[in-house]
Ligand binder design. Structure first.
Ligand code: DAS
Length: 313
């Protein structure tokens, strides 16, 4: 019996071709055209289940799209006989889709996201190699129970830690502070780490959750605006190990008092939020104000987790 694999396509650069009139690359390739990049031996040993979810740049995906994608992946991943699910996706928001799947799906079969940094009609298109690597990972028994992973440029990254760290480079995806959990070397898939997963019950995504990135000397007017709107949640990418300018603290206290969930992440690429300082606006001061710390998640992922948590209330 051949292996049953699900391929879900969503668009992104991996599916793009340049327009003949010089108008730039746009998503065009569907599942059949993407599968055609795979070698015959791989194509033939698999029973393919194929879903063309959408064909969009990933910056165009809405929260509703993310939620529907989660449903589709969860549905396939839970079916008997399915060895793994491969999702082709734009790289811009891949880390968020991957993290949502990882955080909310119990499935033990591999869930593998991949994409490309160069479009299909561009010299050195990396989509074919990335797709082949993703298929190999999805078929690998060691990938089971690893949660959702991102496979790009010969590396396997855990959804929780992976981030797009470069705008154009082929090795755009990294896991700052952690490194990849495995690699694809030729036909071999090698895992060097096992991932400790956190899985949350999810009913919906609460959309009214906002992300603010702090910069030197920034005033707190945007935070005040969100408090005045009585939003449900605010994630602040604070400085270093969790520090804000002292003039932000009263507004943060006010938000917490108004039952707005305030999460502090860091604008640093790696590391947990923690410090030992005693000055205003540092970790202890924020802790006393009643914020929640993001525990190593970056701002966009902390926002998603807060959306899941508030959506489950
Ligand atoms: N086109 C962008 C996207 O859809 C980038 C990419 O896929 O690499 O996210």
């Amino acid at each position: 019996m051949s292996d049953e694999l699900v391929l879900i396509t969503t668009g992104g650069t991996i599916a793009m071709r340049a327009q003949p009139d010089g108008g730039g690359a746009v998503p065009e390739l569907g599942p059949d055209e993407l599968r055609a990049f795979l070698p015959a031996d791989i194509l033939d040993r698999i029973t393919w289940r194929v879903e063309a979810f959408c064909n969009m740049p990933s910056a165009h995906l809405t929260l509703d799209d993310l939620w529907k994608l989660r449903h589709m992946v969860g549905d396939w991943a839970g079916r008997a006989g399915v060895r793994g699910v491969v999702i082709t996706h734009g790289t811009d928001t891949m880390e968020e889709s991957a993290y949502l799947l990882d955080l909310t799906l119990l499935a033990s079969c591999p869930i593998v996201l991949t994409g490309a940094m160069r479009y299909a009609s561009e010299a050195g298109y990396d989509g074919a190699a990335n797709l082949l690597d993703a298929v190999r990972v999805a078929l690998c028994p060691d990938a089971q129970k690893q949660g959702a992973v991102i496979v790009m440029n010969g590396e396997i990254h855990a959804a929780r830690y992976a981030s797009k760290m470069h705008t154009l480079a082929l090795d755009a995806f990294q896991s700052p502070g952690w490194g990849p959990i495995g690699r694809i070397e030729g036909t071999h898939v090698i895992f060097s780490h096992r991932v400790e997963r956190e899985i949350l019950p999810a009913r919906r995504l609460e959309p009214d959750v906002h992300l603010i990135k702090l910069a030197a000397g920034m005033d707190e007017s945007y935070l005040q605006h969100l408090i005045a709107r009585s939003v449900r949640g605010i994630v602040i990418e604070a400085m270093g190990g969790g520090r804000v300018p002292p003039w932000w603290v009263p507004a943060i206290r006010e938000a917490v008092e108004k039952d707005i969930a305030v999460v502090i992440a860091s604008r640093c690429a790696a590391g947990r939020v923690y410090d030992t300082y005693g000055f205003p606006g540092a970790y202890r001061d924020l802790e006393a104000a009643g914020v929640i710390f993001a525990n190593g998640l970056n701002g966009p992922k902390a926002r998603l987790k807060l959306m899941v948590l508030l959506g489950a209330r």
